[in-house]
Write a protein that binds this ligand. Structure first.
Ligand SMILES: Cc1cc2nc3c(=O)[nH]c(=O)nc-3n(C[C@H](O)[C@H](O)[C@H](O)COP(=O)(O)OP(=O)(O)OC[C@H]3O[C@@H](n4cnc5c(N)ncnc54)[C@H](O)[C@@H]3O)c2cc1C
Length: 316
């Protein structure tokens, strides 16, 4: 199935990955944000736009991000969405494209978003892309925090070996999204053992909470969420205002999300849940994100394939 997903042409990716994408415009994504709020779910917005080659594309992305920040700022502060940034989408020279690439323009774009978001009271999170970006992103976070950009959070990937050391670089009180990491990294720099990634998630969450960070525990793994709430949080002595659980829009986790917001898990009271809500103004540029999601869950692709087959054969 994973070969099937990798070979899928763009237009078919759209069919399979539709559940993960919140719409084709900022307005549609904001409607999803509002629907989430009806169930007490918060959001972070993201524009899917990867594999950029032309400056005009960068200009469009930057313009949409300014609109996203402005739209978030118009929402009530208590339920205001945050905005997630992908450094590779603000440059025609992304570091992951190899030799000689310098991410020209990404730093400047993020500094500008940061300033605008600071003035408007909107939280930003810089997504963590593959290992080419790790050092670049952490340096930028340090620079932003040194200049008072306390509204900007970062992401740490537990699969990377370097992350244990990177924990010490995160400013105390910063907002940190902890993830296992979606990019397949080489065994020279990352563990390939999923259980170990999960153990590290719990371990690092404890370290970050103790140092005063706000932890965004981003996983769909219910047993790991339970262990976070039942073991790590009580051990650190923090209350539920110091963390939240994050999940991706489209991953079916409605039951545990409601248990969390109602305070029915872990004995720590109601826990804030935030969904990562990506939208795509151009599907062809959302393909990479969608393939990564499908590869995480090949059952989704096989279910859609089965339905498609049944439809073609006229079966119910
Ligand atoms: C809010 C959020 C933001 C993220 N930001 C980043 C980032 O900046 N950088 C980065 O590298 N990674 C990011 N990720 C991805 C993350 O690194 C993992 O790849 C992803 O969350 C899957 O890991 P898991 O912890 O849920 O565990 P898994 O063990 O992969 O999954 C746990 C359970 O959830 C199910 N599941 C997982 N993914 C899906 C899916 N797509 N569809 C249906 N079921 C699924 C699995 O089938 C399994 O039952 C983010 C994830 C989230 C939730």
């Amino acid at each position: 199935m994973s070969l099937f997903v990798r070979m899928l042409p763009g237009p078919l990716v759209k069919v399979f990955a539709r559940p993960y994408v919140a719409g084709a415009s900022l307005e549609e994504a904001l409607a999803v944000v509002d629907k989430g709020l009806e169930k007490k779910l918060f959001s972070t917005l993201d524009l899917l736009w990867e594999d950029i080659h032309r400056q005009e594309e960068v200009d469009v992305v930057v313009e949409v991000y300014h609109r996203m920040i402005a739209a978030c700022a118009e929402r009530p502060q208590e339920t205001r969405p945050t905005v997630s940034l992908k450094p590779s989408s603000y440059t025609t020279r992304p570091l992951n494209r190899g030799e000689g690439m310098d991410a020209a323009g990404s730093r400047e774009a993020i500094l500008a978003f940061s300033e605008e978001a600071r003035q408007k009271g909107v939280g930003l999170t810089i997504d963590m892309e593959d290992h080419h970006w790790t050092e670049w992103t952490l340096r930028l976070l340090e620079e932003l925090w040194a200049g008072g950009g306390y509204h900007v959070g970062a992401v740490l990937q537990t699969r990377l070996e370097r992350t244990r050391d990177d924990l010490a670089r995160i400013p105390p009180e910063a907002r940190v999204r902890l993830v296992i990491g979606i990019y397949n990294e080489s065994p020279q720099i990352a563990t390939t053992d999923k259980a170990e990634m999960k153990r590290r998630m719990l371990d690092y969450a404890g370290i970050l909470l103790k140092k005063g960070c706000f932890v965004e525990f981003a996983t769909h793994d219910e047993p790991v969420i339970r262990r976070f709430l039942e073991e790590i949080v009580p051990e650190t002595g923090v209350d539920a205002s110091r963390f939240e659980v994050q999940m991706l829009y489209g991953v079916p986790r409605g039951k545990i999300q409601q248990q969390l917001v109602r305070g029915e898990l872990g004995g720590v009271g109601p826990v804030r849940v935030r969904l990562y809500v990506p939208f795509a103004t151009d599907w062809s540029l959302a393909t990479a994100y969608c393939k990564r999601r499908l590869l995480e869950n090949p059952q989704m692709a096989s279910a859609v394939l089965k339905n498609l087959g049944h439809a073609l054969l006229g079966k119910k």
